[in-house]
Design a protein around this ligand. Structure first.
Ligand code: MD6
Ligand code: FE
Length: 215
């Protein structure tokens, strides 16, 4: 484990530019969960289709100025939810605040995200190794907040074949990711079955992003 004296004991450095802030969101995680439920009432979770024609095992929705979507035409950010034809639910002020505070704690001050991707994992759901590169601007960090069942997060390098390390992300953990780590490959191993007091038999993950390429 790499520890930096710049950070407190709950902070683990994954790579230059990527830190895991253990428990950073724990005090507000119930409020975050309740806010997610409100968003889902307007923009329900759905399993997107990859450009290759596969149904993603993770279910997704978004809030903010745009949402990340995937279909046979590719990956992109869209200002409207394709399901409803209406704008995505607005970014709650409490979400922007959490993202700002976490980014600042990780050494990225003054970053306000315009998109929040909401991922929902049921047992067995996984996210294959990928880079987050549809934002069109890599100067802003990404802030990731975990809720519910623990997940094994895989973190590698800038090349797909670089060796990966595994980190267990628990409810309330926050990963911040930017600078030289912004394009690192990462993924989530199949979710192990279990029951969590906050979420039940699932995990949620929020990723706050700054997207410039919006269609
Ligand atoms: C997840 N997270 O933890 C998926 N991407 O469910 C991501 O894909 C991710 O956690 C970029 C930065 C942080 C992340
Ligand atoms: Fe990602």
């Amino acid at each position: 484990m790499t520890q930096s004296r710049l950070f407190d004991a709950e902070t683990e450095v994954l790579a230059q530019g990527a830190v895991l802030l253990r428990g950073f969101a724990l005090a507000e995680i119930k409020a975050v969960y309740d806010t997610i439920q409100q968003i889902l009432a307007t923009a329900p979770l759905r399993h997107l289709i990859t450009p290759g024609g596969f149904r993603m095992s993770v279910a997704m929705t978004n809030c903010g100025q745009a949402g990340w979507v995937s279909d046979r035409r590719g990956y992109r950010y869209e200002a409207k939810d394709p399901r409803s034809g209406k704008p995505w639910p607005a970014m709650p002020a409490s979400f922007a605040s959490l993202s700002n505070r976490a980014a600042a704690a990780a050494g990225f001050p003054n970053h306000t995200p315009n998109v929040c991707l909401i991922n929902h994992y049921q047992p067995g759901a996984r996210l294959a190794l990928h880079q987050d590169r549809d934002e069109g601007d890599f100067s802003a960090p990404i802030v990731s907040v975990s809720l519910g069942l623990p997940a094994t997060f895989q973190f590698g390098g800038d090349q797909r074949n670089a060796k990966t390390r595994r980190y267990v992300l628990e409810s309330g953990d926050v990963v911040v990711w930017g600078g030289p780590a912004r394009l690192a490959f990462h993924g989530v191993a199949p979710l192990k079955d279990g029951v969590h007091p906050l979420t039940g038999r699932c995990r949620f993950n929020l990723t706050f992003r700054t997207a410039k390429n919006i269609t």
